[in-house]
Every structure is written in structure tokens, then in C-alpha cells.
Design a protein around this ligand. Structure first.
Ligand code: DON
Length: 352
């Protein structure tokens, strides 16, 4: 009808009506588009649930490895706990086993604190002031720090993670810790808390990490007082998290930096690939090559038994089981995620 009426002859009420209708139509289209992006994700939920169930059933009885004991309290966590979870980019959760047991996040905190530094200071600052190269050495290597000119090496080994914490812009230790904790909570989509007993156990035995902090300071690769960096780093490792929450943290990265549950942006979209690149080359420490070769996913492990892997643009796969191999990686969690990755064809190098 509009095409038959020349605009200069349209009465005032008609123009108003037309404008309003156009506005309503636009809102409806935009609404439908964003609703369909949220709701009809195209995931086959039944299949994801059956993959999670199958991985859990297959490895439930596996007893290989042992709890970490260099942090005394980790040895007291019931070794048989085992949970597997997928969280999709639209926030749907597919879970099997002990996915709501709260354990210490340990090194899985590292990429998320690196993300905070990237948010505050950009990715160039991380590359220049910490580094982004793999070490091929254990996570707590002092040798890597002495041999490699970057010293801190990358934000996912202890040295680089202590350096990350020291880079967080803060006026006091309390503020530094609050920023780090709030950031982890933002990724999890819920308020996380410090597990005091884990912190006490770890801080009272953290001679190796204290040495690393002091060495970094000596080489001018630490950006606050060593003891402050050590305390906040150790607290970050002692944050309680569940496998379900780890899944949401990972899904925030697979969802290009936006938490799929809260809708809050935690990392600029352009920084996500840079963070995932570091997770691929260093997330499993000296087993990162093996992990990239077999699972083909950016991921991060922790000696608390948690692992989170990211399928960019789609979902996160997380798992928790306290028994570790010699490199400090959870055996059942690793195997469960590997299986799911293979079944889904999620390997990022497959090219589809
Ligand atoms: O600093 C440490 O040794 C521990 N808080 C974290 C180490 C860790 O989780 C290594 N992960 N596989």
C-alpha cells in the first residue's frame, strides 16, 4: 500500500503509523534473531548427554594415578570423585557424576587471571611482560626460568601465573586479591570463595613458588612485591570451584568472552584466540604436545583434579577427578575429555 501513496501526500497519522509499524517490525525481527541465537543452538542435547554419560561410565572404575600430595590437603580429597560436564554456548549443561563437588581450582585459575590482565592492559602487555612460549618443562620449573630469556615464560606455568597476578593493577594486596577473585567469579557466573584450609596448607608449604617469585623479582619480571604476588597467586589457586562451574568458565571462552549464563562480557572477543593459543601450547605443561596431538583442544589442567577444554564457538568440556599422572594432570578427566572430543569431531585442526 505504501508504494502506491507518494510520500508528500501521506497524512500525518499515516506517517506515524508507518513509522511505528516499521519500528515494531524491526524490533520483532531483531528479537527473533537474537532469540534464535540463544534458543535454537542446533546442539543435539541427547547426544551430548549420552557422550558425557558414556565417558563417565567408561572411566569410573579407573584407579590409575594418585592425588597431589606436595600440597598436603589435596591428598585428603576423596580419590574416587569423578564428574564430567559439557556446557554449551547457550548455557545448557549436560552432566554426569560428581559435578557439584567443590574442589580447589589450582592452575585452572591461570588462564582466567591472564584474561583479566589482557582486559586491563591488552595482549601485547602479556606477551612482552610475561611471554607466550611453551617451556616443555614441569609447571613449577625453576630451570625454565633460568634458561629462557622471558623468565616468566607464559601465564600458564607457575612463574608466568605469579607474574600475571603481579601485573593486575591494584593499590593494595587486598584489592589485588578482590579483583582476581571477582574475575574468577565473573567467569563462573557465581560468587566463588576461598577455601581457607587449602590456602593454609598451600601457603605454609610454598617454598618453591616463593623461590620463583623471588627469582622473577630479581630479573625484573615481577611487577609487585614478591610476597604479595605469592599470597594472591596462592589464594587464586585455593578458590573452590565445581566441575559444573569450570564448564561455565570454559564456555565463557568458547562463547567469545561472554558468560553464557549471566550474559556478562569477561574478555574482549579479539583477545579470546590469543588466550586459547596459549592454552593450546601450555595448558598441559610438558604434556601439551601430547594433548594437542590427541584432543586438539585448548585446555587447562590443575593439580586439584580439574580440567577444562574449550571447543571454540561451541562449548566447553570439563571434568574433575583427583588422581593425577606424573605431569600433574588428572588421568580420568583427561581421558573423558579426549573421548568426547574425538566422538564430537571437536579437534580444532579438523577444519570444519
Ligand atoms: O602452584 C602450585 O604448585 C599449585 N597451586 C598449582 C599447580 C597446578 O595446578 C599445576 N597443574 N597441573
Amino acid at each position: 500500500m505504501m508504494s502506491f501513496v507518494s510520500s508528500q501526500f501521506r497524512p500525518q497519522w499515516f506517517r506515524k503509523l508507518a513509522t511505528t509499524s516499521l519500528f515494531v517490525a524491526l524490533v520483532t525481527v531483531v528479537g527473533i534473531t537474537s532469540a534464535s541465537a540463544r534458543d535454537s543452538s542446533g546442539y543435539d542435547g541427547a547426544r551430548l548427554q549420552s557422550l558425557v554419560n558414556a565417558a563417565h561410565a567408561k572411566y569410573r572404575g579407573l584407579k590409575d594415578g594418585a592425588n597431589a600430595n606436595y600440597i598436603p590437603i589435596l591428598d585428603t580429597v576423596p580419590s574416587d570423585l569423578f564428574g564430567v560436564v559439557i556446557v554449551t554456548n547457550d548455557g545448557k549443561v549436560f552432566a554426569a557424576g560428581d559435578v557439584d563437588y567443590e574442589f580447589s581450582i589450582q592452575s585452572v585459575a591461570k588462564p582466567f587471571t591472564a584474561a583479566l590482565v589482557m582486559q586491563q592492559q591488552g595482549t601485547e602487555a602479556v606477551r612482552e611482560k610475561i611471554g607466550v612460549e611453551p617451556t616443555g618443562m614441569p609447571f613449577n620449573s625453576k630451570l625454565a626460568l633460568e634458561l629462557l630469556s622471558a623468565r616468566s615464560v607464559n601465564p600458564l606455568v607457575n612463574a608466568g601465573a605469579i607474574a600475571s597476578v603481579s601485573m593486575v593493577r591494584a593499590g593494595s594486596e587486598a584489592e589485588r586479591w578482590q579483583l582476581v577473585l571477582d574475575n574468577l567469579s565473573g567467569f563462573a557466573g557465581t560468587k566463588l570463595r576461598l577455601l581457607d584450609e587449602v590456602f593454609e596448607s598451600e601457603y605454609s608449604t610454598s617454598w618453591s613458588n616463593r623461590a620463583i617469585a623471588n627469582l622473577l623479582f630479581n630479573y625484573e619480571r615481577l611487577y609487585c612485591e614478591p610476597e604479595e604476588a605469592l599470597v594472591v597467586y596462592t589464594k587464586a589457586c585455593s578458590v573452590g570451584v565445581t566441575a559444573r562451574q569450570l564448564g561455565i568458565m570454559g564456555a565463557t571462552l568458547s562463547n567469545n568472552g561472554v558468560n553464557p549464563v549471566t550474559g556478562k562480557r569477561m574478555l574482549a572477543e579479539e583477545h579470546v584466540p590469543e588466550l586459547l593459543a596459549v592454552m593450546l601450547i601450555a595448558g598441559f605443561y610438558d604434556e601439551s604436545g601430547m594433548w594437542a596431538y590427541t584432543a586438539g583442544l585448548p585446555a587447562k589442567t590443575g593439580v586439584g583434579g580439574g580440567i577444562v577444554a574449550v571447543v571454540p564457538g561451541q562449548m566447553a568440556i570439563a571434568a574433575f577427578s583427583p588422581r593425577l599422572n606424573k605431569a600433574g594432570n588428572s588421568i580420568r578427566a583427561m581421558k573423558a575429555i579426549q573421548d568426547i572430543s574425538v566422538e564430537l569431531g571437536a579437534n580444532i585442526f579438523l577444519g570444519h
